[in-house]
Every structure is written in structure tokens, then in C-alpha cells.
Write a protein that binds this ligand. Structure first.
Ligand code: ADP
Ligand code: MG
Length: 428
């Protein structure tokens, strides 16, 4: 069955599939046992069709497949819930985001050690733990690894993992429905409260206030809080001083860009997880192409796997060069980004550099800042300098605004990719 899945649905393949065991077939349904609830949720969400087809191919019979967690690891009947969420409204953890799968290097050694310490003695070592770093450097992976670990150590532990947006949306909804009491109960009974991307608290005054009180309640009773953001606490725009000082009161640790060796190790790990075989020269080649955002590793692996499947060829260096482009990514300059964006979005370069704030200019300017942050190695201050001497919070805000838009509007992503390619081309 796994052979069938790998061949036809390579993108859903995971290394831990080898641990799955079929335990029986009854009334046309095959039951497959996974190690834990997180795996079951992954299987339920992404693999139903693939496994059903594979079961049919393997048995020659029409069949459906259901997934169940190993009895020893499930401690209670879990009620049905919407996809992507736990029963209590927390987000599901990604089963791949464990400590085992987290590669350490000089860029993240401290953050990793701190996360480990928190997982070993929650509420007592560093509280709160605040992890920050640019997009794709492993914040979500690391803080989810702590959640996995806490749950592994103690199945009863209430580890509540959410995005900051969920917190603010939940809060607004609770206020509107007059259900603040339930809201507070839900958040304040957690043994560990883990909030991802708290930069989204910017300009959310009442949510900040609420979080402040949640924070105090939890820390007073020695329960663990873990936060992540794309910048350090004082850099979050309009974050109230008292929250800044709370966030700073435990350990603030940063994830840096990984060096070549770390990137190679991440690529090996990811390939193994997805059952893709890669030679060392290919690993090195991919690592040389991707150096700012580890998320792109997944994209590159998907691409390599897809090309090798369609052409029925093994993944060689030659194939990788063809699939991903031979020339190493070139550094792009801000003036080029401005020129390309100006042309594409029909504004003048001088407007991008000006202080004008009309919407027709602000948006292209934000696009420029986003691309500058993604494609150059310049600091926020340096980037701001190119755009009429704006300060680093403006650049951060611009970057965030565009990230949010990409999430909501796929066309935005396409536009950015095209602009990026043009800018790279112009700099080549
Ligand atoms: P962030 O939350 O900082 O934007 P993520 O945690 O989503 O970044 O990481 C992006 C991708 O890179 C994920 O697939 C993650 O597993 C992977 N990744 C990042 N850092 C590491 C690491 N040190 N080891 C293994 N995988 C990593
Ligand atoms: Mg993240």
C-alpha cells in the first residue's frame, strides 16, 4: 500500500508511515493504527483517498480506510471536531514538528536548548519563552516541538497551541456574544499556553489587555507560556509597554539564518521524512539555492520529486539543476526591486522614495519593502533608508501586511513571485 501511495501521492508521504499497521478489515473498511492522535489527524486530513485507493490496489477489493490511534496513547474518547482544530479550539500540531526532526546548528542552538529546558520543566525554567526570527526559520516548528514533548511526557497535560490571530478573533467573538467567561476559562486553565506569531497583536489594544491578564493568571500559578514573533518584543509596533516587559521577563531567544551545513542537514531530514532519496551532491546543490527561508526547502523537494516522477528518472544533480535552475540565486538590490515594482504597479520610483502616503503609493511601497526583506540581506533600518528614511517598525509592518495579504489572496503570491523573478533577472 505504501508503495502505491508513494507512487501516486508522493507529496503526502511521511517517514513515519512505516510505523502504521493495518489491524483488520471489516465490512469493507480497513482499520489502520497510527502512533498518536496527531498522526491520525494528519492521515484523516490528507490521506483518506490515497489510502483507500492503495488498499483497493493491494487487495483487489473495493475498500475504505479508517485511521485510529494506538490505544495506549489515547487516554480519552475525543469528540468530533472541525478539521484543523482540537476539541478545545486549539490548533492541531503538525506531526512532523518534533524535536527529533529539528536540526540544530549555530543559528538556533540557544533557542533549541531553551525550548528543551522548557519541555523538561514547564513553568519553572524560562517563563515565558519568547522565540523570534524571520519567516521560515523554524519558530513554529520549535514551539510545536515543545507541545509534542509535553504531551508525550504527560497525556493529561493541557497544552493549548494557538495562533495569535485565533486569540484575538476568539476574544472579539467572546465579547460580542457576551461569553467572556468561557473564553477566560478556556485560556486560563491551560497548563501551557503557546501563542504563535504574536506580532499580530500590533494595534489590537483590547486583545493586548486581555492577554496581559491571561498572562498574569498563568504565570502566577507557574504555568508555562511560550510565544513566537517575527521580531523581539520591543519591536512589535504599538505593543503596550507592560506587555513588552512581561514578554521580556523570561527568556527571549532568536533564530538566525542557518549556515550551509545546517541547511544541508535540514534538507536530508526533510527528504528522509518524505521518503525521497537524495545524493549528497543534490543536497548540497539545494542548500546552495535556498538560504533565507527553510520553507522553500519543502517546495524544492516537492518540485524534485514531481519532476523525477513524471520523467521516471532518479533525482540526480543534473535533474535538480534543470528543475530548480542552475545559477545560484543572485543577490538582488533595492534599486532594482524599486524599478521592477514601479514598472509593474505603475508608479514612479521617486514616489516610492517619497513621504507620500496615498494608498496608490503605500501598497507598492510595501511590496518593495517586503521583497527587500525577503531577497536582500540588509537590515530593517537599511531598508527603511531607501524609502525616504522610514524606521524599522514601518518596514516590519509593511512586511507583515504583505504576508497577511498573501495568506488571503493567492494572486498576491503570484505577483510577488513574478516580481521577484524579474528583479533577479535584472540583477543577473
Ligand atoms: P516560522 O514559523 O519561523 O516561519 P516554520 O517553523 O514554519 O518557520 O519553519 C518553516 C519550515 O522549515 C518548516 O517546514 C520547518 O520544519 C522547517 N525548519 C525550520 N527550521 C528547521 C530546523 N532547524 N530543523 C528542521 N526543520 C526546520
Ligand atoms: Mg510560523
Amino acid at each position: 500500500m505504501l508503495g502505491h501511495v508513494k507512487l501516486n501521492y508522493p507529496h503526502i508521504m511521511r517517514g513515519w508511515f512505516s510505523q502504521l499497521s493495518p489491524v483488520g478489515i471489516e465490512a469493507g473498511t480497513m482499520t489502520v493504527i497510527a502512533r498518536n492522535g496527531a498522526q491520525v489527524r494528519y492521515l484523516d486530513k490528507h490521506c483518506r483517498t490515497a489510502f483507500a485507493e492503495a488498499a483497493q490496489a493491494a487487495t483487489g477489493r473495493l475498500m475504505t480506510v479508517t485511521f485510529e490511534a494506538d490505544i495506549q496513547e489515547t487516554h480519552q474518547e475525543e469528540p468530533l471536531r472541525s478539521l484543523g482544530e482540537e476539541a478545545d479550539g486549539a490548533l492541531l500540531l503538525n506531526p512532523d514538528y518534533t524535536f527529533d526532526n529539528f536540526i540544530t546548528g549555530p543559528c538556533n542552538r540557544l533557542a533549541h536548548a531553551a525550548a528543551r529546558a522548557v519541555a523538561d520543566s514547564p513553568g519553572r525554567s524560562y517563563n515565558p519563552l519568547f522565540v523570534h526570527g524571520a519567516v521560515g526559520l523554524g519558530k513554529t516548528h520549535l514551539i510545536q516541538a515543545v507541545c509534542h514533548e509535553l504531551r508525550k511526557q504527560n497525556a493529561e497535560v493541557k497544552c493549548h497551541y494557538i495562533s495569535c490571530e485565533m486569540f484575538t478573533n476568539d476574544f472579539i467573538e467572546a465579547v460580542e456574544r457576551g461569553a467572556l467567561h468561557q473564553f477566560r476559562y478556556r485560556y486560563r486553565q491551560a497548563d501551557a499556553l503557546v501563542i504563535d506569531d504574536v506580532q499580530f497583536l500590533a494595534d489590537r489594544e483590547r486583545s493586548q489587555e486581555e492577554l496581559f491578564h491571561t498572562f498574569n493568571t498563568l504565570t502566577q500559578s507557574k504555568r508555562q507560556i511560550i510565544l513566537s514573533a517575527d521580531c523581539a518584543p520591543p519591536e512589535i509596533p504599538s505593543l503596550k509597554e507592560r506587555l513588552v516587559s512581561r514578554f521580556n521577563s523570561g527568556l527571549v531567544t532568536v533564530l538566525d539564518r542557518p549556515c550551509l551545513e545546517t541547511r544541508m542537514a535540514i534538507i536530508r531530514k526533510k527528504a528522509k521524512l518524505r521518503c525521497i532519496e537524495l545524493d549528497e551532491d543534490v543536497v548540497q546543490f539545494v542548500a546552495s539555492r535556498i538560504n533565507t527561508n527553510n520553507r522553500e526547502i519543502d517546495g524544492a523537494l516537492t518540485m524534485l520529486d514531481a519532476v523525477s516522477q513524471t520523467d521516471s528518472k532518479p533525482i540526480t544533480l543534473k535533474l535538480a539543476e534543470q528543475a530548480l535552475g542552475k545559477a545560484p540565486a543572485r543577490l538582488v538590490t533595492i534599486p532594482t526591486i524599486m524599478e521592477v515594482v514601479a514598472l509593474r504597479m505603475n508608479v514612479k520610483v521617486s514616489d516610492l522614495q517619497s513621504k507620500r502616503r496615498s494608498k496608490s503609493i503605500t501598497h507598492p511601497r510595501q511590496v518593495c519593502m517586503y521583497l527587500a526583506r525577503e531577497l536582500t540581506t540588509l537590515s530593517l533600518e537599511q531598508i527603511g533608508g531607501y524609502f525616504g528614511g522610514r524606521d524599522h517598525t514601518t518596514v516590519l509592518h509593511a512586511h507583515r501586511t504583505i504576508v497577511q495579504r498573501i495568506d488571503k489572496d493567492p494572486e498576491m503570491g503570484v505577483l510577488l513571485k513574478e516580481t521577484e523573478l524579474e528583479a533577479r533577472h535584472a540583477c543577473a
